[in-house]
Design a protein around this ligand. Structure first.
Ligand code: C2E
Ligand code: CA
Ligand code: CA
Length: 654
């Protein structure tokens, strides 16, 4: 009974290891240092379990009949049996050090483990020593012996246990030392393995018939695979590259453990255009092709991360800038080439590529994040460059500080609102105005919203800015004397990110109520690009606000790639022509297009507004076309509240 139990435990161990190993290979988890070390551990445990099982089967099923028939001497087992025992003990001596390497790899601290000669000696010498000690057992018989043909522990087996304890203690110390580099689940799982295996060894020692150690070890490895080696978290299956969370984790850990790295950032410059040209699905294929091509060129320890939105990062341990530049140039041309031949409609990817060295270029993770966010602004064109080159740019300091500046301005509410009067041609009055946000920084002076609004949108701060701004605007609208100023309503910009906030409408309505502002005093400007965002929430917001009496304008008409049907489905009352169209008024075809667009919009009940009108000539041309409103420096620049009210009183008088 007991003996069949032994075999069942070992069979279970082999099955568990084999299935886990197979599933890892089938899921393609063979790339990257963690996966490779984990696979090595698995193979080690699997082969040990197989050796253990083979030994048991031999001893229980084959050996008795051989002894009975007198073929073998029970005290001198045949070479095959001896080889199995040797393999078993030799591999067992490697398990604890291998597990330590796994811990270091998961916590990305292998560079620390190998950081000096002392550590290397402490790490490798005991392992090599015990391994050789086992291999020479046929000479000294100190590790194991045979009694009645069955292997039993030798007089010096304790050396193996001592070595394993030594590695276990280092492993535990290492886990505790680098705890902050691991999630609590990773930490607990990796740590728990030690007491579990320890208890199973005690059990096996006390009850030699209960051969459960191999089984417990394989179950533990399975648990590690489930909680520590998680592919879904680390792998972006859409493009077959390491994922964004994995990238963030890698960066965080690199700075925490003073790891030196070279990062090559690659971005598809013309992603939006490609999406318009080939559609979303084909774009996905293009990105996947770029990824496949980049992966195929990686060096052994390099990892390719997909950072979403057409951005990649190659992490290289090779720190030479020449190597990094070679990788960058190669990746750059690879990325371009690949999508050209994958696409019959001649959609060509254009890449911008930059090499960043850690910690040489960036001292901390926040600086790296700020750089990655502003990368496309620092390098609007295509090509290959280095962080060092980009840092020489005049606007570099502002670009890198932008995120902090925006955060600080939110904290101390230091944004102000300017108002730009809008001329109504029908009744010849400044009946409305556009509210425009302003940010004054003590170091960098006035910063354009065209610069900090996209930054705020990217790092999720736009909602807070919107809240501050709405508060200021509603307070202003609440105290304006509409009769004296002749002001009818204000136009307020709403970015796409704000439109998808589910409670936007209710918040805004509550705020207007609080300040005693009638909803018809507010007109919200939305851009066409908003339509790419979650349509349901936008529609709900717009319709609720519209039902309350708020009106809407379509901003920047003529810049994006319009979706006419979508545009007509929302209740816009005014369409605002972008400055670029006004600038093109010298061109007869632009004039024809504008004129017929105005007629068309009038026919469907929309009013029209021209932005950025700077000359009397432009104003006259537009007036002749039948435009309803004009906004621009020709009439007035954006101005602070007091100046704006004085302006209205002066110009709207009678
Ligand atoms: P926009 O909505 O297209 O605003 C019009 C921009 O054109 C303003 O720039 C305005 O000052 C400028 N402008 C007006 N007339 C003329 C002109 O005759 N000539 C020239 N050259 N420019 C003129 P500003 O204030 O720098 O704002 C830039 C962009 O920042 C705005 O473009 C808008 O997209 C965004 N923005 C501004 N304030 C806010 C805000 O409160 N919330 C949000 N979400 N975005 C805002
Ligand atoms: Ca606007
Ligand atoms: Ca505009």
């Amino acid at each position: 009974m007991a003996s069949s139990c032994i075999i069942y435990f070992d069979i279970a161990a082999v099955v568990i290891m084999a299935v886990t190993l197979l599933s890892l290979i089938l899921r393609g988890m063979t790339r990257g240092a963690t996966n490779r070390v984990y696979l090595t551990c698995m193979i080690l445990v699997l082969v040990t379990a197989v050796a253990c099982l083979a030994g048991e089967v031999y001893d229980q099923c084959i050996m008795p009949s051989l002894v009975q028939s007198g073929v073998v001497d029970p005290n001198q087992p045949p070479p095959a049996r001896d080889a199995i025992t040797l393999v078993y003990y030799a591999l067992r001596s490697l398990t604890a050090p291998m597990y330590l390497v796994l811990i270091a790899t998961v916590s990305t601290t292998t560079h620390r483990l190998n950081s000096n000669n002392f550590r290397r000696v402490c790490l490798w010498v005991p392992m090599v020593g015990t391994f050789l000690f086992v291999l020479t057992n046929p000479v000294h018989h100190l590790v194991y012996n045979y009694v009645q043909g069955v292997p039993v522990a030798g007089s010096h087996i304790w050396i193996l246990y001592a070595a394993a304890t030594y590695y276990a203690l280092i492993g535990i110390a290492w886990l505790v030392r680098w705890r902050k580099l691991l999630s609590s689940l990773e930490f607990t799982t990796l740590l728990l393995l030690y007491p579990i295996v320890f208890v199973s060894l005690i059990v096996e020692h006390e009850l030699p018939d209960l051969h459960i150690n191999m089984f417990i070890t394989s179950v533990s490895m399975l648990i590690v695979s489930a909680f520590v080696i998680r592919p879904e978290n680390r792998f972006d299956t859409l493009v077959n590259a390491a994922s964004l969370p994995a990238y963030r984790e890698m960066c965080r850990r690199a700075f925490l453990s003073d790891r030196r790295l070279c990062l090559v950032y690659l971005e598809i410059v013309n992603l939006e255009r490609l999406r318009d040209l080939v559609g979303k699905d084909e774009l996905q294929n293009i990105v996947r092709n770029v990824s496949a091509n980049l992966s195929s060129r990686l060096e052994r320890d390099d990892v390719l991360y997909y950072l979403r939105n057409g951005s990649f990062c190659i992490m290289s341990r090779n720190l030479s800038i020449d190597h990094a530049l070679r990788v960058a140039h190669q990746a750059h041309s690879e990325g371009k080439m690949r999508s050209m031949d994958s696409d019959e409609r001649s959609a060509r990817t254009m890449m911008r590529t930059c090499v960043v060295r850690i910690p040489h270029d960036v001292p901390d993770n926040d600086t790296l994040k700020a750089f990655v966010r502003r990368f496309s602004h620092l390098m609007p064109q295509t090509g290959v460059t280095t962080f060092e080159e980009l840092s020489k740019q005049e606007n570099f300091g502002l670009e890198m500080a932008l995120s902090d500046i925006v955060k600080r301005s939110i904290e101390d509410h230091s944004f102000t609102v300017y108002y730009q009067p809008i001329w109504n041609l029908a009744n010849k009055r400044f009946q409305s105005a556009e509210a425009l946000i302003r940010l004054d920084d003590p170091t960098f002076g006035q910063i354009s919203p065209a610069m900090f609004i996209p930054e705020a949108e990217q790092n999720g701060l736009i909602d807070e800015i919107g809240d501050i701004l709405f508060e200021k605007i509603c307070a202003f609208l609440g105290r304006v004397d509409y009769r004296a100023t002749g002001l009818d309503y204000l136009e307020v910009n709403l970015s796409a990110e704000q439109c998808i906030q589910p409670n936007l409408a209710s918040n805004l309505i509550a705020l207007m109520h609080e300040h005693g502002v009638e909803p018809r005093r507010m007109n919200l400007e939305i851009t066409e690009t908003s339509s790419a965002f979650s349509q349901k929430v936008i529609d709900a917001n717009v319709h609720t606000l519209s039902a309350a009496g708020v009106t809407f304008s379509l901003d920047d008409y003529g810049t994006g790639y319009s979706n006419a049907i979508r545009m007509l489905s929302l209740p816009f009352s005014v369409v605002k022509f972008d400055k670029s169209l006004v600038d093109g008024l010298g061109d007869p075809s632009v004039r024809t297009m504008l004129s017929s667009t105005i007629t068309m919009l009038h026919s469907i009940g929309k009013q029209t507004l021209a932005e950025g009108v700077e000359t009397a000539e432009q104003a006259e041309t537009l007036a002749k076309m039948g435009i309803d409103f004009i906004q621009g420096y020709h009439y007035a620049k954006p101005m602070p509240e007091d100046e704006f009210l004085a302006f209205l009183e002066e110009h709207n008088r009678a």
